[in-house]
Ligand binder design. Structure first.
Ligand SMILES: Nc1ncnc2c1ncn2[C@@H]1O[C@H](COP(=O)(O)OP(=O)(O)O)[C@@H](O)[C@H]1O
Ligand SMILES: [Mg+2]
Length: 147
């Protein structure tokens, strides 16, 4: 198991977007990123930064659509699973087809999908609210080797 971990501090939303833009340069087709953090932490702001860096159409909150697709340098699949009640409901959204197609999957509230995601390599980004405007952003990447 290879692991890379690092932490960044963000002082405002633009900061978070810029941290996300730098991170986006290492994201490519097939990558899956799980975004953790409470409501208002900045998960969608982080996705906006990635979308900008990938020259994709403006990212908006997918709360009512579960999955939004943005065309960019690589396609971006932005998912918000907050409203999904059980893993089996993910079938209707074509969730696993997105994971297996060319593109970068960015998943807010991924817990419900762990029975599926455990079969994939993924990176995690955890955003902790320090106060109204400060955020601690913790990056983790692990890759199962030879499986
Ligand atoms: N450092 C920061 N990073 C990201 N968002 C911030 C920051 N400081 C304040 N905010 C505000 O917090 C909110 C984050 O919203 P959003 O990205 O939709 O969160 P989430 O998707 O995690 O629910 C926005 O209103 C944004 O302006
Ligand atoms: Mg959000």
């Amino acid at each position: 198991m290879e692991n890379t971990n690092f932490v960044k501090i963000s002082h405002n939303e633009l900061d978070t977007q810029n941290i996300a833009r730098a991170y986006a340069d290492d994201l490519h087709n097939g990558d899956i990123v799980l975004l953790y953090g409470c409501l208002g932490a900045g998960k969608t702001a982080f996705v906006k930064g990635i979308a900008k860096q990938k020259k994709a159409t403006e990212a908006t909150s997918p709360t009512f659509t579960i999955i939004n697709e943005y065309e960019g340098i690589e396609p971006i699949y932005h998912m918000d699973l907050y409203r999904i009640e059980k893993a089996s409901d993910l079938f209707e959204t074509g969730f696993e087809e997105y994971l297996n197609s060319d593109g970068i999957a960015l998943i807010e509230w991924p817990d419900i999908a762990m029975p599926i995601l455990k079969n994939y390599d993924y990176k995690t980004v955890r955003i902790n609210k320090i106060n109204d405007c400060e955020r601690e952003i913790i990056f983790n990447s692990s890759r199962r080797k030879g499986i």
